[in-house]
Design a protein around this ligand. Sequence first.
Ligand code: GRF
Length: 194
Amino acid sequence: MTRIAVFASGTGSNAARIADYFAHSDCARVRLVVSNRPQAPVLDLARARGIATHVISRGDFYGTEHLLSVLTEQEIGFIALAGFLWLVPPYLVRAYWRRMVNIHPALLPAYGGKGMYGMRVHEAVKAAGERETGITIHFVNEQYDEGDIIFQARCRVLPDDSAADIARKVQGLEHEHYPKVLEHLICPTAHISP
Ligand code: GRF
């Protein structure tokens, strides 16, 4: 049974989807939610599901390897970033190489990189007059949004769509695909094509 940690800074709708998807899985379970914000709603979603939580300070995250001992203690085998806003430091990238993925709310390599998160992404997509956008799930390396791409899904952007409309469509894709892509990566016998 692979023990998953989800890292999230905010609302946690993806974290909740992932936790619920694996709640009855034969191969994996979300066992830990890590956040950099003590008040992040994602922590309440985790507690409500009986999932352990860990809040990490900037000093500990970048200045020590304390988080690695927490992950080791909890026997975490896979990490899913879901709206986690801090760049992952090298010690963690190395320890979870090819076992840590991120979801980005656009079609990378477009609209990615430092500062490109949340509504900023959808506003930029709209401002550029794009006719489609989507999601990208990728392995995590030492740069923002630059690891190898595993999966993308697309949706149309209509001329009248607001940034909020785009956000809703993209979130729908995230909720539909992220848990299945994780299953595909983590569970060797999963035959579900995302
Ligand atoms: C998602 O759009 C994800 O792509 C991005 O951060 C957002 C997190 O949303 N990396 P939520 O907190 O899961 O609702």
